[in-house]
Design a protein around this ligand. Sequence first.
Ligand SMILES: Nc1ncnc2c1ncn2[C@@H]1O[C@H](COP(=O)(O)OP(=O)(O)OP(=O)(O)O)[C@@H](O)[C@H]1O
Ligand SMILES: [Mg+2]
Length: 247
Amino acid sequence: MAERRVIPLSRPEPPNAEPGIAISGLHLSRSGRALLRGVSLTLGHTGITALLGPNGAGKSLLLRAIAGIIPPDAGEINLAPRLAHPALVFQKPVLLRRSARANLAHALKLAGVPRAARPARISDLLEQCDLTALAASPARSLSGGEQQRLAMARALAAEPALLLLDEPTASLDPKATAAIEAITLRAAGRGVKVILVTHDRAQAERLAGDVVFLHKGRAVEHAPAPRFFSTPASAEAQAYLEGRLIL
Ligand SMILES: Nc1ncnc2c1ncn2[C@@H]1O[C@H](COP(=O)(O)OP(=O)(O)OP(=O)(O)O)[C@@H](O)[C@H]1O
Ligand SMILES: [Mg+2]
């Protein structure tokens, strides 16, 4: 079989700029199965990168590896210093059994924000994520969409420069999805680097500047989003986009 390769993404980075995220030769095995198999990628300091691929491709594992939650067996992940403290949002938010406001207060405390500065920051986060009216509601009584907005607010509490989103809208309706997308776009507009795992092609087309396509633990393709969706270079991505690639 022909050697697979990652198609380099050319983007208008300043000359000699260090990459935002440089991943080389990443391998991860569990229970004798190779789950990430030599992933090498270079991502910029800003912009939204969509991470696509069929179920089981290794998207969530790669995101967790970038977050530093799971150590790889081999290879390196180098984050530029400004991206060194990423925030992660999962498909199903895990919130404290307290009010929405208290969830944010806790996140700010963990982020080391001085107590006196917290109320203003909480108001700002609630406002940003359209949660002001729900501040006193128990987090776990919120709807799925409201809980995910709160998860986004919590992720943004520490003012991360890198936001890792793992299917944040997978179980949300179009309106709730639009709210999460708006929060994501605003963060990206402030210079936050976003990596977004999604199965929603239209969402990736709306949000992403570049696309990484993962298949069976390999980064098969990396391209600007318009080119990826119009003329995917790899047979795997073509099959995936046509709905023919299940695994
Ligand atoms: N701790 C583990 N032990 C063994 N296998 C694992 C472990 N974690 C993940 N896997 C396997 O690794 C593969 C990739 O998992 P991952 O969760 O990254 O997939 P994914 O691309 O996020 O898929 P989905 O779109 O379904 O969320 C899967 O086959 C999964 O079963
Ligand atoms: Mg996943």
